[in-house]
Each structure stands twice: as C-alpha cells, then as structure tokens.
Design a protein around this ligand. Structure first.
Ligand code: M6R
Length: 609
C-alpha cells in the first residue's frame, strides 16, 4: 500500500524521485522520503506527513544532489506515521524502500538483534535492510538479495541501494507490484507506471522473485537463482495527461468528469456488431450456458459494482449470483468449484483479498473472470479470463470512473448471459446494448448539473450522521453513495435497503437527520415512497434522487435531484445516478475542508489483508 520509486540516469535524481512519488501518493501519504547518492555518500531526507511536507523539508535542508537513488511514500502498517518509521531505512551499508508486509519480521528482528543489529524504527521493513547487510559480503549485492529473499515471508517490492555501489539501483518483488521503466540510458522503478510515465512509456513488468540491477551503462535482470533473464519491453497505453489534474482542483473531480468517455470506450471495446462479445477472451456462449452459479468477489466499491451485476445478471439471465466480500470469501471455506464462474472485480488488480479469493476459486476448480482496470496487474494476469475496463489511471483514492466502467461491463455480461441462455432475444440484447452505448449522454447531463449536487452538499456539510436508502438497484447505489460520502467527508453514513430500515435502524431517525433516498426504479417506487413517508414522519429530511418527472405527495420530499435519462431502461439508470452521488460526496468533502483525493487513514491500493 506504499509507493516506491527508484532512478538512475543523467537527470536530477531528487526531481525524478519526487515527481514519481507525487504520482504514487495515492498509495499512501503518512510519510515520504528519498535517499540519493551524492558525491560524498548517500543523503537521506524523510519526514512524517504528505509530500508537501517533504518538499518543505527539502527546501529547508537542501535537496540531495545526484543521479541515482530511491524514494517512498508510506501507508503505515507497522509503527505509527513518524519521521523514524519513514522510509528509506538504512543500516549504513544498505538502504531500502519497501512496499508490502514482512510477516515474519518479529522472528527476523530477534535473530538480527542477537547478531548485534540495533533497530531505529518499529517497522517490519527495517529488518530487510539489516538482513541484506547481514548477507552482504565480498561486495556481492546480488547474492545478498538472493539470500535475503529466501528468508522473507509476506509481500514485498523493494528498492535497494548499496553504499559500495553508487551507480546501481537494485529491486525485487513478491506479491507487490513493481515496474521497471526503460528510458534512453536511464532506468526507473515504480509501484505503478505513472511514476515514470513523464520520462518513458517503455516498461518491463517484474515477475515475483525477479531481481533487477539498473546501472548507468545498462540493465540486468536475474531470476531467483541469480541466472540472467531476458525481458520483454512493453509500451504503456496511458498518456501523461491521464495522470495529471489537467486544471481540475482534484483528481476526483477530473475522474468524475471523465466518465462519459470511459463508459463509452469500455462498452465499445466489449462489443462487436452492436452486441457484447466475449469469445476472444474465452467466454463463449457455450461456456456461459454451462455456468451453474456466478460469484462476484471483490472489495469496497468494486464489490458494490458486483451488486449491480448481481441484480442485472439474475434479473435478465436467471442465473444465481452471489456477491461476496473478498476478505470473507477467502476464509469462509466457500462452496465453490467446477461449474461456477467467479467474477473478480478490481480497479487496481492488486487487492490482496480479491487476489486470494480468486486463487482459492481457481484452486477449487471454478473458472475465473477478472474485470480489472490495470492491465498489467497480478489479478488481470492470473485470471482465466480478463476484461479490461478502460478507465485509465484512477488516482483519487475514492473510486469513481473505475466503478462506472465496472458496472458497464457487468451490464454487458448480463446481456450476453441472458442471450446465450435464451432468457432474452437477440433483439432485446441489441436494444439494451444500444441503450448502454447511449449512457454517456445521461451521465454528461448529470455532470452538467453539478451545481445542484453542490447545493445538496451544502445542506449535508454540518450533519453528524446520515442515511442512504433504496431498493434493488437503488440499494446497490445507496451502498456506493454512502461509502463515497463517508470515505471522503468523514460524516457517519449508513446505507439500508429501504424496506429494512423499519426493522431496527429507524430508531436512529430523528429531527433533521438527512436521508438520501435513491428512487429510480419504477417497479418498486411506491414501496420506496412508503419508506420515505416513514422517515419523514419521524423528522428525517428527505433528499430524493429520482428520475426526471417523478412526483411525490406534497411534503414528502425536502430536496429533489432529478436524473434526466429518458433513453435508459431502469436497470441502466445507476450509471448516471451514481455520478450524482459521487458529486454530492465530492462537494461535501470540499466544503468540509478535506482533500477528497487523499482522505485520512486510506490508501488506494490495499495489498494487505
Ligand atoms: O483496487 P480495488 O478495486 O480492488 O480496490 C477495492 C477497494 O479497496 C476500493 O474500491 C475502495 O473501496 C475505494 N477506496 C472506494 O472508493
């Protein structure tokens, strides 16, 4: 959940490292640090806080001057955010940055303490620096790395510099992402491609246990046994602008605005001749017909996308779908196996629980289909089948455009499943696909009316508690709207199936408490309205998010936000509707003086359990 970078070349290393860390700050922002070879030795600057604090410190203390170094932005796991616990960690001869968790760090620490090592931090990472030093002899860094990784349990991406080799950066990884950027006589490492996209689009994906040595005069790759390896260079499809704010005050707002294009591109990329087409990834109609049950396994927002998928697939294709929180699925000994299709949904493709859930399903004989935004991620590469959501780099911690891309794919799967299994006709599949292709229009109309969302946000800004309610698709949206709002505004919020509120939680409704009611589904609108009345009768303030033209009895609704999407079937209305909920969350966060891109305690990619 941290971000690591490294550089060797002719540029100013501090600039390159800080640039890279800025692009990776979404991965953690509890502390930051860099270590750079200067003429007289390694200079390390690190501090608790965000990169902005690091920049201040560099200004005060002077930036290290050199052309080779490593850097880190931290999401604290072991030890509080502090200067001491910040990376890089060093013991003199070896300096490292680490992303991941060393599960056996206690045992290693005991062993190293006995050998005379003294620790400066409470981190698990520092043991790696000491262990590398312990195994470092005869000026052989490669052997030290090989011996060290044999002892490590857990996950790691490591950037390593050795005091004796001021012209080298070493790196290795296991179960944490690490990409090597290949420039003209310069090399980079990064936890994600945007870290070096400004300098090069060419990259090599490190596999688990690979070791790389980057030097001024070339680059060498080794396997776990120290044998040289040849690597294929890939070219990143992302542009530099995609990883920049481009004039928006926050990435989150930019990413919300990107949604019409992203939904359009993602849907088009999965269609052929106007219908969803998945034969190319191996998801043939024959395979679909053989599926007994579908599981969707994911976390957070991606799991909420799975709930939309459940309603769509079950509703249209009449196949049972279970949505499981990945952290539960992996440990609940699930009844899953042959004949089951497990759809894993993830923006990053690195989420530890989702990945473990997928591996468990594969192990038990189920087929796995990944719906993932990062093409080169572990989940995308390990799944039996893979659909690429074309959201581009999502930098804001709160997921927005990845979610709309994910639900677009879920709809397409539902259409194809239903057609393949004979529950809808080809004409209906075409009609629904055409509607989905037109969804960017209604999403844009919501975005164009963002002032109304801002107004609603201004009414929520002082709330201590609030609720989201809805039924079926609207319930799925309520879960997502509520998560988005609490994640970035820190207002306590709960989402309830509208009909469930009265089974206990309604006791929390009192004068003035805001209840955002998502009411877009005509078939259960009357029922939802009854639930609104129940809330209203107890003093709740009803903010209705509904289709344009929906009418309510006088006095039921305090505020109304209408979704103008006449071309969309009710099933597809979540696409524009969620944008309204995202905007409400965004503006509430901003009005409360919070940086929505970097909410407290969170990180974008959750590679720990
Ligand atoms: O990368 P993933 O989609 O697997 O991440 C899953 C969740 O951690 C993520 O969706 C999280 O809930 C977001 N911060 C929500 O905005």
């Amino acid at each position: 959940m941290c971000g690591i970078v490294g550089y060797i070349g002719q540029r100013d290393c501090t600039d390159v490292l800080m640039d890279g860390l800025e692009k990776l700050e979404y991965r953690g922002y509890d502390s930051a640090g860099i270590a750079v070879f200067e003429k007289t030795g390694i200079k390390t600057v690190k501090t608790k806080g965000k990169l902005i604090d690091m920049r201040d410190k560099l200004q005060k203390e002077g930036s290290p001057v050199g052309h080779c170094g490593i850097g880190h932005t931290r999401w604290a796991t072991h030890g509080e955010p502090s200067d001491q616990n910040s990376h890089p960690h060093s013991n003199g001869r070896v300096t490292i940055v680490h992303n991941g968790i060393i599960e056996n760090y206690k045992e290693l620490k005991e062993f190293l303490t006995e050998k005379g090592y003294v620790f400066q931090s409470q981190t698990d990472s520092e043991v790696v620096a000491c262990l590398l030093d312990y195994y470092y002899s005869e000026r052989n860094p490669l052997r030290a790395i090989m011996e060290t990784v044999k002892e490590l349990q857990g996950s790691y991406a490591l950037g390593i510099i050795f005091r004796d080799f001021p012209d080298r950066v070493y790196a290795t990884r296991k179960e944490s992402p690490l990409i090597v950027g290949i420039g003209e006589n310069e090399y980079f490492i990064g936890s994600d491609i945007p870290a070096f996209l400004k300098y090069t689009k060419n990259y090599v994906l490190l596999e688990d246990d690979d070791i790389v040595c980057m030097k001024t005069d070339g680059i060498e790759f080794y396997d776990v046994h120290g044998l040289p390896e040849k690597k294929e260079i890939s070219v990143a499809e992302w542009d530099v602008e995609q990883a920049q704010k481009c004039g928006y005050p926050h990435f989150m707002l930019k990413e919300i605005h990107e949604q019409p294009g992203i939904v359009g591109n993602t849907v088009e990329s999965c269609c052929r001749d106007g219908v969803p087409y998945f034969d190319d990834i191996g998801l043939t109609d024959e395979l679909i017909r053989g599926v007994k049950r579908v599981f969707v396994v994911a976390c957070g927002t991606a799991m909420h996308a799975g709930i939309i998928g459940r309603y769509a697939i079950e509703g249209l294709a009449r196949v049972p779908v279970t949505v499981e929180v990945a952290s539960e699925f992996r440990y609940m000994d699930p009844i899953v196996g042959e004949g089951d299709l497990v759809i894993v949904v993830s923006q990053s493709g690195e989420t530890a629980d989702t990945r473990a859930g997928m591996e468990l399903a594969q192990h038990r004989g189920a087929k796995t289909l990944a719906v993932v935004n990062v093409k080169y991620s572990a989940i995308a590469r390990q799944a039996d089948m893979y659909i690429h959501t074309l959201a581009g780099p999502e930098i804001a911690v709160a997921s927005t455009k990845a979610y709309t891309a994910q639900i677009s794919v879920m709809y397409l799967l539902a259409f194809r499943f239903a057609f393949a299994r004979g529950t809808i006709s080809e004409d209906r599949m075409r009609e629904l696909t055409a509607q989905l292709l037109s969804a960017p229009g209604s999403i844009q109309r919501v975005i164009d009316r963002k002032k109304e969302c801002q107004f609603i946000a201004s009414k929520l800004v002082n709330a201590d508690n609030l609720f989201f309610i809805g039924r079926t698709f609207d319930y799925a949206l309520s879960l997502e709207g509520s998560l988005k709002l609490k994640e970035i505004s820190y207002i306590h919020s709960e989402a309830y199936a509208a009909g469930e509120l009265k089974h206990g939680t309604i006791s929390l409704i009192e004068q003035g408490i805001p209840v955002i009611t998502v009411a877009t589904q005509a078939n259960i609108l009357a029922k939802t309205i009854s639930n609104m009345e129940e809330v209203k009768a107890r003093g709740g303030v009803i903010i209705a998010v509904c289709r344009k033209g929906t009418s309510f009895a006088e006095g039921t609704v305090d505020m109304k936000l209408e979704i103008d999407a006449p071309e969309l079937d009710d099933m597809l209305v979540p696409l524009p509707t969620v944008c309204a909920l995202q905007l409400i969350a965004y503006y509430t966060s901003v009005l409360r003086g919070i940086d929505p891109d970097k909410p407290r305690n969170l990180a974008k990619s959750v590679t720990t359990e």
